[in-house]
Ligand binder design. Structure first.
Ligand SMILES: [Zn+2]
Ligand SMILES: [Zn+2]
Length: 390
């Protein structure tokens, strides 16, 4: 007896240039599982993309539910990526979904971005977009990125680090640390963007269309598309390369495979690297704190630096952790040097992502940096289930 999903794709197999088998063996990384990410992940899964990696550090809030097809009231408080994966396994049981309820840098390694057929940016802030653009650039990953405004939005495609990019369209000041929610209409730049499922699903449809054409090896010629439902104007816009834009430099050398994954300890990593090598994390991690009032050590404060934010408990940067002995504030130092970390700590606990490519400073003459890649291990949230006997 054939599997119930055997002819699930019969209609779309008839589409010119469609290649169902190619989709089935493809991986797409979806960064951001909010409104856009829900629609895009749903589209990719229904189309039959074989493997999805969903990355989002946030948990579901009730205000997400008007625009998130994969999330329901029972999901409030759960990680968005995990909750969305559950829904995907019901609507598209053939698709393998891996979840990364973490910030991008801790969630998806550069090696995974490099291996993916396409990376989808479904983010709502300029800073998060630039961070993803920067990481995609390092490994030359194909990036499709979108954003909505009330009656339309934008879709951007970046295939090669040499091409003009989203960063080129910003001023140097905008490329700085600004974290304002982005909108091409610049409506209420200081507050939450007005948004509905309408523009979300339109833009997500375009993002998915572009991503599928990238996976089929026939990407569109445009790199920026503006969609305006109010006027009916939907058209490609030319992006111009800005010579000062920093998002055009990929890693400049061979990537050496490591015999370790992100569950290895810092000590294991140091043993696997050449003597004197100085491995660096892409994001600083906290070091053990020591209370300078009473001298108490606070090793426990270093654990889990990349926990997803809890709902209704926004981070309070003005409130450092308190000393458990004397109750005064403990200031934690941070470092990117993995040699500064406790060698018994696992790389994952320091925010190192699966399949990460680590920068390693070397003492070799004439060579400053090497690139070393952690092995990829997969822990899918949902794997297609084997057909059961009838
Ligand atoms: Zn650029
Ligand atoms: Zn103290």
């Amino acid at each position: 007896m054939s599997s119930p999903s055997a002819d699930r794709y019969a209609r779309q197999r008839l589409i010119p240039d469609w290649d169902q088998e190619r989709l089935a063996t493809s991986t797409a990384v979806v960064v951001g599982v909010g409104a856009l990410g829900n629609e895009v992940a749903k589209n990719l899964a229904l189309a039959g993309v074989g493997r999805l990696i969903l990355c989002d550090p946030d948990t579901v809030a009730a205000s997400n539910l008007s625009r998130t097809v994969l999330l329901g009231p029972d999901d409030v408080g759960r990680p968005k990526a995990t909750a969305a994966a559950g829904a995907l396994s019901r609507i598209a049981p053939d698709v393998t979904v891996e979840t990364r309820p973490a910030e991008l840098v801790a969630g998806v390694g550069l090696g995974e971005l490099s291996d993916a057929g396409v990376v989808l940016g479904c983010l709502d802030s300029r800073r998060a977009r630039l961070r993803l653009l920067g990481r995609a650039t390092l490994v030359g990953a194909a990036l499709v990125d979108g954003g909505t405004h009330p009656w339309g939005g934008e879709v951007r495609l970046r295939l090669d680090p040499a091409e003009a990019c989203y960063g080129c369209s910003l001023t140097a000041h905008q490329r700085g640390e600004s974290d304002l929610p982005w909108s091409c209409a610049e409506i209420r730049p200081d507050g939450p963007q007005p948004a509905s499922i309408v523009s979300t699903s339109i833009v997500a449809g375009w993002i998915t269309l572009v991503a599928l054409r990238v996976l089929f090896g026939s990407p569109p010629r445009y790199r920026l598309l503006r969609i305006d439902g109010a006027t009916g104007d939907t058209a490609p816009v030319t992006l111009t390369r800005d010579a000062d834009c920093p998002h055009h430099r990929p890693l400049d050398g061979p990537v050496h495979p490591l015999p370790l994954d992100h569950h290895a300890t810092v000590g294991d990593l140091l043993e696997a690297l050449p003597a004197g090598a100085e491995p660096l994390a892409w994001a600083a991690f906290p070091l053990p704190g020591r209370c300078h009032h009473c001298g108490e050590n606070h090793a426990h404060l270093t654990a889990q630096p990349h926990q997803p934010a809890q709902p209704h408990q926004p981070a309070q940067p003005g409130q450092p952790p308190r000393c458990r002995r004397c109750g005064r504030a403990v200031r934690l130092r941070r470092s990117e040097r993995l040699r500064d970390a406790d060698p018994a700590l696992r790389l994952h606990d320091l925010g190192i992502a699966p399949g990460e490519i680590l920068t390693v400073q070397t003492t070799t003459e004439g060579e400053r940096f090497q690139w070393h890649r952690l092995r990829t291990v997969t822990h899918p949230e949902h794997r297609p289930t084997a057909p059961t006997s009838v």
